[in-house]
Design a protein around this ligand. Structure first.
Ligand code: CUA
Length: 339
């Protein structure tokens, strides 16, 4: 009997391709790259990454060089008569390889601590905007203090202006991160963390909860719309007004259904609906996605969500309301008119 027979292990090509696709799939989706900074904070963080990378590259090359040199210079030769001289301990070497890493760590710590404090210090000055971020399982609440404006899962910010974020959590630890703008900072229950960001160019940026917070963690996304300061002010004014315009029969039926089924949990500015359990739905139709980035904000997306939220998003707190197909269509019509 052969005891050391190797098991028949064949690498399946389709398996490798599938695994690679799954692994690499996360790299390109949703434009979440720290390597394409769109603001000074992301740029500073990227510079710090490159600085550390440069130091590590030098260390790697030196170690590799010494290693290769030793392999060649001190290899066993046919002419060798005996073992080479055996060395045990070298005070000079040990002092050197203790002091050099300490210097490297001190240099890296000074840069890191400098950036950590600079990013956590609320900014002041003309045009500085304040946003209160509250993390919920599994969605984002954005409040603009002093304006009465509250929104969810889509943040609006003015381009070229510093935005101070105060980060809080309603339940567990979450983490606020917009890779192209910078971050990330945790939202910790019972305390307030600070972070500031700035977008240098207008556009839509993608954010993501970066701390495992439960079953729906991967679906806790948000978008950041960076717009001109004038457009941003226009949006703030718009959000202070009633965005409900139920005119068609379907929209009117949807409004009645909303009052019955949704108003205890959701707020719509300018209406008597002031629930605070779920996301604020003011001007919902203007957001690119629903359910914290889980579905596109289309009639199909809204219908899929209303049919059975926990089936779309694991751990979603919004229950299956048991709505009929017709009721869902009316509610979709009503929600699509919120702008
Ligand atoms: Cu919130 Cu992960």
């Amino acid at each position: 009997m052969r005891w050391h027979r190797r098991p028949d292990f064949k690498v399946s090509l389709p398996l490798v391709v599938t695994l690679a696709a799954i692994l690499l799939g996360g790299c390109g989706l949703g434009k979440q790259s720290t390597l394409s900074p769109a603001g000074p904070v992301a740029q500073a963080q990227l510079s710090m990454l490159y600085e550390s990378l440069a130091i590590m590259t030098v260390i790697f090359l030196v170690v590799l060089g010494v290693f290769v040199y030793s392999l060649i210079r001190f290899r066993a030769r046919k002419t060798d008569q005996a073992l080479p001289k055996q060395v045990h301990g070298s005070t000079a070497l040990e002092i050197a390889w203790t002091i050099v890493p300490i210097i490297i760590i001190v240099v890296l710590s000074i840069t890191t601590v400098h950036y950590a404090f600079a990013l956590g210090t609320p900014q002041t000055g003309k045009g500085t905007v304040q946003v209160q971020v509250i993390g919920h399982q599994y969605w984002w609440e954005f409040r603009y203090p002093g304006t009465g404006v509250v929104t969810a899962n889509q943040l609006h910010i003015p381009v070229g202006e510093k935005v101070n974020f105060s980060l809080q959590s309603a339940d567990v630890i979450h983490s606020f991160w917009v890779p192209e703008l910078g971050g990330k900072t945790d939202l910790i229950p019972g305390r307030t963390n600070n972070l500031w960001l700035e977008a240098s160019r207008p556009g839509l940026y993608y954010g993501q909860c970066a701390q495992l917070c439960g079953a729906g963690h991967a679906y806790m996304k948000f978008t950041v719309l960076a717009q001109s300061p004038a457009d941003f002010q226009k949006w703030l004014r718009h959000m202070r007004h009633d965005t409900v315009s139920a005119t068609t029969p379907a929209e009117k039926a949807g409004l009645a259904l909303f009052k019955q089924n949704c108003a205890t949990c959701h707020t719509i500015q300018g209406t008597p609906f002031h629930g605070t359990v779920g996301p604020n739905l003011t001007a919902l139709a203007e957001r690119p996605t629903i359910a914290a980035g889980t579905l596109p904000n289309t009639a199909e997306g809204l219908a899929a969500w209303l049919r059975n939220p926990p089936a779309v998003k694991p751990g979603a707190r919004m229950p299956d309301l048991g709505l009929s197909q017709g009721q869902i269509q009316s509610l979709v019509a009503f929600l699509q008119a919120l702008k």
